[in-house]
Design a protein around this ligand. Sequence first.
Ligand code: FES
Ligand SMILES: [Fe+2]
Length: 378
Amino acid sequence: MTDGFATVRTALRRALASSHHEARAMPAAFYTDPDLAALEVEHLFKKEWHCVGRVEEITEPGQVMPYRLANEPLAIVHGRDGTIRALSNVCRHRGTLIVRDKGRSQRLVCPYHHWSYELDGRLAAAPRIQERDDFRFADCRLPEFPCEVWMGFVYVNLDSAARPLAPRLADLEALVAPYHMEEMWLGWLGEEVWETNWKAMVENYMEGYHLTPLHRNTLNNLNPTSLARHIPAGEHWFGYEVGFPEDLPRVTAGHPDLTKQQSDTCIMAMVQPGSGIGLAADYSSFLCLQPEGTDRVRYKGGILFWGDAWTQGAVDRAVELFHKTMAEDRSVLEPMMQGYRSAHHESGPLAPPSLEGPILDLARYVGRRLLPAMDETA
Ligand code: FES
Ligand SMILES: [Fe+2]
């Protein structure tokens, strides 16, 4: 056990025991320790539900998109029966990846020797393989993982024994249902790799303290720090909300189910561990985070729009604002890793819960999920 690992263990215990008013930032090893990162992959990324994208990406039967979840290559497939499935994307012949890009086809055909699979994962054909008399097609089915669509998002769990997602998110669903994310349309989608720890990115997405100082000329105009409020964490998600200034022009007030107060509020929610939603009445964003080691994180992000009042110019401006805001976040999150490697790094006290409450929520979640395994490792 490294010193860092032991320090994190102590800090996680403290996080579980401390109140929001006495919370402190986590020690540097929380973001840099490789043993902790390995446990996160094992217990969080291979055991929890993760958003892999939106249903709009695969609306038609036969449409498929690749996704890598905890280094597991997946093919997310819209089946002929209308079911969306998460299949292993690893060919059962000699193991290359079958689906490389989004597309639409009758079958999934491996580019190497053209073994082809039905959209539900059954092997349909394999050239000349019948010349072997011991070959059984049924032995070469692509493994399938639990997959659910929630609010228009496709979620996958690599754990075949996973409990269903929707009941776990019932309390979050009650909060976000009036915004009708499942009716929003996908206006932009992208992927990037940042040189930072995935938890630093979660914390950044989930705290309102930096909105005004870091995003002074961007997000601050929409969602200033002064309007941020903590939402008490659920068991499987945590979040905060932040208001829009009353006089801010908006393209639409959103779905008629929304009250004025809801329409004037943006909800930031993190489905643990790494599926983030920034939900507002007029448009929303989402992030699907996947760590690639301690100091690299890959994200798939998108922007969803509500209704038909959006002109192309207004969509373009929203996308541009997203890019500028993300670039500002990146400008602090990448250098943060240098800070965490400094011999003089010391974690400071957190701002009041309305501003940085979700940072303690993240630490508590990691503590609940990982402390038993950390204790075993120690
Ligand atoms: S590896 Fe896929 S067909 Fe051979
Ligand atoms: Fe930010």
